[in-house]
Design a protein around this ligand. Structure first.
Ligand code: GLC
Length: 735
């Protein structure tokens, strides 16, 4: 439809029809779904339902075809429904959680996975996904870290932008493409206390410097929608924050797409205490720029009266409706309301071999090798290895948001072992349950059954197996329902039953390789102490078990890098590598001296830092050289280093470039990641890796909040992780 035809359609709509386009109903209205929050108490009329413009959480080609046909036939102007859903890390073929994907430091592969997710989703008739989540987070107590790109603005932004490109391609009208909804704007990843939905206390400078860049990268990649966050920022909930949604998102970032609230977030302006009633909530949200009200009755029950009372100009509604109609038009729904919906394509694409292969490749590349004492991995003699632990038997390897997938499509480790020639007779034992019997874990989209394991017997069997084996692969981790939405934790250790199993195994066998399955960084000091090798597998998805077996056997080589640090313990949180120096910088030894910015009882440094990850070989870095020792505004230089594979196996190294501004008109971080490049080298092979450093990379929000660079000295670090000290200095000259 042409722009003027959309305008003409808008002018023909009744007020009720216009307002209906601004409402998204939950799946529960069409089926026994799992509505949360006030959605079930909406009390809408049948007419309200008939005029609604969108549904979320409904999937399946057959069902959506029927629903679209029914709705369009009944709608006075036959406007097609918009179907949206949470496709966070794949649809039926499940990929590693986004936090794991960000550890690949490989935007092209992230994009490829998102493209597959879009194909499977589009064939099922869904038009938009509520992804990517670009909420920078420095606090692993917050369960939603699993959905984002970690603690660094650059990696988070690269990951989010790659997902937008993968979902949307060049045109969302194209076959197999869907709209991407960036979320949760903004600062949702910084809740006080790591408690979900809590206030985010960020200065404007910190918001702009650290938290907005990842969202901006997704907007620059062309995301079709944006979802404001639940949290307050400067004490204003995002759904009512005109500064955020209009001044920053639309004016500064140039976003022109559709803004959809989070689930019942418009209604929640009342419990936030900034709206006395639903009428005021509707007024505040529409004025701030929320176009569509997800799963709350506020818009559909109050906007008409507000317009009639002259409290809201009809123009506000028309502008919002036009953005909704424009999105439907960009998807081509007026010409083809079913877009790519295709029952045959749906069954052909879902979990097809090519998609499974891609999921396995992504899982292998997202694993992070944290420890490998004596190069115990890859296993030389897999036949003499026992595979033990609660993650040996479970098929729950998908992240908590894999709500449309079936765990039954996922191999367990035990099944993957049985399929591999070298491990088909490997002895296995569960050893203990995944969670403690008194664990408070509740299900997100499904009930959690903490399977009754006879702990004493399981422990005995496991220890007996371990005693006879040369090596033990110990598969441990947090329950997948312990991360995701509304899954904040005040402690980060493994369940007591698993720690007990670890101790029992360590008593009888020193050669322990831990496979760690988790949706968030954990406190794994006990694991580090007792295991010779630790392979972080995150929640790796449909093919995660096969990927883990191949990696342990050396058929795949780990190359992942931590996009979010593993803390020494929960007391360090929030934690990030690009911190400020303070006037009393940490000396590196918390026991040395008193008057430093440190703790008395724990180090400042994380157990495993941002950017860290081992490989099955070793790399050596030469000195950092610069093409020149100074640059001017608008200028730049080249920084280079030679990387050599000094080990015995081929490997992939993620070479990271950090910059430090030695002095500024405001305090500057100790270093900030500005670029990375991956090189694959054979044993003995060297590669010269060069990075372009432009003056624009030196810019920041100065004392006057101007985004600019300031003359002075800068240090370039190039190395394998955020601790590297190999550097060289250059100067940005006065104009
Ligand atoms: C949830 C989440 C959001 C999700 C939406 C729809 O509350 O905050 O990320 O996309 O509701 O399910």
């Amino acid at each position: 439809m042409q722009e003027q035809e959309l305008q003409a359609l808008l002018s023909q709509l009744s007020p009720e029809e216009k307002i209906g386009q601004l409402v998204q109903l939950p799946a529960s209205f069409q089926e026994e779904g799992n509505a949360t929050g006030p959605a079930m108490q909406m009390g809408l009329t049948q007419e309200d339902l008939a005029l609604a413009g969108s549904y979320l959480g409904l999937i399946g080609a057959k069902k959506l075809r029927k629903l679209q046909e029914t709705y369009m036939a009944r709608h006075p102007h036959h406007i097609p429904l918009l179907f949206m859903a949470d496709i966070i890390n794949g649809y039926r073929t499940v990929f590693p959680i986004p936090l794991a994907q960000s550890c690949m430091f490989d935007p092209a592969l992230v994009e490829a996975c998102a493209s597959i997710a879009a194909k499977e989703t589009a064939a099922s008739g869904v038009h938009v996904t509520f992804s990517p989540m670009a909420d920078l987070s420095r606090d692993a107590r917050w369960g939603r870290v699993m959905e984002g790109g970690g603690e660094d603005p650059f990696v988070s932004g690269q990951t989010a932008a790659a997902m937008v490109r993968g979902y949307q391609g060049k045109d969302i009208r194209d076959k197999g493409k869907i709209g991407a909804c960036l979320k949760h704007f903004a600062g949702y990843g910084a809740p006080e206390g790591g408690r979900d939905y809590n206030n985010a206390e960020l200065s404007e400078r910190t918001l702009r410097e650290d938290y907005l860049p990842a969202y901006r990268a997704a907007v620059d990649a062309g995301c079709a929608l944006v979802m404001p966050s639940f949290n307050t920022l400067d004490r204003v909930p995002s759904a009512a924050n005109a500064w955020l949604l209009k001044d920053i998102l639309r004016k500064e970032m140039g976003f022109s797409g559709m803004v959809i609230s989070d689930w019942s977030a418009v209604a929640e302006l009342i419990p936030h205490g900034i709206a006395r009633d639903e009428k005021e909530a509707a007024y505040l949200a529409l004025r701030a720029g929320v176009d569509m009200d997800m799963s709350s009755p506020v818009y559909i029950k109050n906007l008409k009266a507000l317009v009639e009372a002259g409290k809201i100009p009809l123009q506000w509604i028309d502008e919002a409706v036009l953005r909704v109609l424009t999105l439907k038009n960009k998807l081509g729904l007026f010409e083809n309301p079913f877009k790519d919906l295709d029952e045959n394509e749906e069954s052909a694409l879902h979990l097809c071999e090519a998609h499974r292969q891609a999921a396995r490749k992504c899982a292998e590349k997202s694993f992070v090798l944290l420890k490998n004492e004596g190069s115990l991995l890859p296993l030389a003699e897999p036949g003499e290895t026992a595979w033990i632990g609660p993650y040996v038997d479970t098929q729950m390897l998908n992240g908590a948001w894999s709500i449309f997938a079936d765990d039954g499509d996922t191999l367990s480790l035990r099944s993957a072992l049985a399929l591999h020639e070298k491990t088909k007779n490997a002895p296995t034992a569960v050893g203990c349950a995944i969670a403690d019997p008194d664990s408070p874990v509740q299900g997100f989209m499904s009930a959690v059954s903490l399977s009754g394991v006879d702990e004493a017997q399981a422990l005995r069997e496991a220890a007996a197996l371990a005693q006879k084996a040369k090596n033990v692969v110990l598969a441990l981790g947090e329950h997948r329902e312990c991360s995701g939405e509304a899954a904040s934790r005040g402690t980060l250790t493994l369940p007591k039953c698993q720690l007990k199993l670890l101790d029992s195994i360590a008593e009888v066998n020193p050669n322990i390789i831990v496979l760690l399955f988790t949706g968030r960084p954990l406190d794994i000091r006990a694991v580090q102490e007792k295991a010779k090798a630790i392979l972080l597998c995150w929640l790796p998805g449909t093919e995660g078990a096969s990927a883990a077996v191949r990696t342990v056997l050396g058929e795949a080589s780990p190359s992942g890098r931590l996009s979010m640090a593993f803390p020494y313990c929960v007391g360090q949180l929030p934690l990030h590598y690009n911190h400020l120096r303070t006037g009393r910088p940490y000396s590196g030894d918390y026991k040395a001296g008193r008057f430093g910015s440190k703790y008395q009882d724990i180090p400042n440094d994380p157990l495993y830092p941002f950017g860290f990850g081992l490989t099955y070989t070793e790399f050596a870095y030469g000195p950092v050289t610069l093409s020149q020792s100074s640059i001017k505004k608008g200028g730049g230089l080249t920084a280079s280093v030679t990387v050599t594979n000094v080990g015995k196996r081929p490997g992939e190294e993620t070479v990271q470039l950090y910059l430090r501004d030695e002095c500024g008109s405001v305090a500057r971080p100790v270093r900030t990641l500005k670029a990375f490049e991956q090189v694959t080298l054979k044993p003995g092979e060297s590669r010269r890796v060069s990075f372009r450093i432009d003056e624009s990379m030196l810019r920041f929000y100065d004392i006057h909040m101007a985004y600019t660079s300031e003359p002075g000295d800068f240090t370039v670090f190039i190395g394998p992780d955020s601790r590297t000290e190999k550097g060289a200095r250059f100067t940005l000259k006065e104009e």
